[in-house]
Design a protein around this ligand. Sequence first.
Ligand code: HEM
Ligand code: HEM
Length: 194
Amino acid sequence: MIRNTSTGYGLIAIAFHWSMAVLMIGMLALGIYMHDLPPTDPATYELYQLHKSFGFVILALVVLRLVWRGLNPSPKLPDNMKLWEKAAAHLGHTGLYAVMFALPLSGWMMVSASPWGIPTVVFNLLNIPHLPVPAFLGSKQEVEAVFQMIHEYMAFFTMALVLAHVAAALKHHFITRDTTLRRMISTAPAKADS
Ligand code: HEM
Ligand code: HEM
């Protein structure tokens, strides 16, 4: 069961969801951990490179994921959900996709504007060029500071969004007792429609 159906997710959508969920939660934790390290700590440089590398993996995966999503039917939300609940679910998912783009892009802009000019080499293999920093945005220091703030606030917003998302999934599973969580774990609900 590779593709989605109107009743559930196929293998590819499930694999995208869980691999990216692990990466996103890991990156939020790594970001906070490395931010608190002193610049002189021997691990700092490597952890920043690792953070940037996985950030670009997330950026690449979210592009592929949205292409796959466009080529597949989206499973219908359960009929017993109220209109506002369906709207909240769509808004929440849109927000999660948006931050999976905007977090790596704001991080990329931050390091591109940094006067330190530290290169980004994904897993020590692929050199990522710095983005151009338009002069009308201000000095490099100013642009770096703005994107650092955007990146940080967006990361905290993402944590809140993920918590609400997980709470909603658990409510579906344990209170409403529908197939919402099960269909993101197994392809059996998708098969019901094939
Ligand atoms: C989805 C991907 C990403 C997530 C979830 C994420 C998350 C975070 C978090 C939680 C922090 C700590 C914020 C703070 O306490 O100030 C952080 C810091 C940082 N991130 Fe990311 N990040 C992502 C992608 C990237 C990318 C692609 C880059 C660069 C190419 C990047 C560069 C940085 C840098 C340089 C810092 C340290 C900023 C500072 O020292 O204040 N991040 N990130
Ligand atoms: C770790 C706990 C998590 C659980 C239990 C969980 C559970 C779920 C469930 C059950 C769905 C299906 C909703 C539906 O059928 O309409 C879903 C969808 C989704 N989840 Fe998660 N999730 C988790 C983490 C995450 C994280 C960390 C992210 C990204 C930051 C994320 C992003 C998404 C997105 C974008 C969708 C919509 C998929 C689509 O239909 O295109 N999830 N999640």
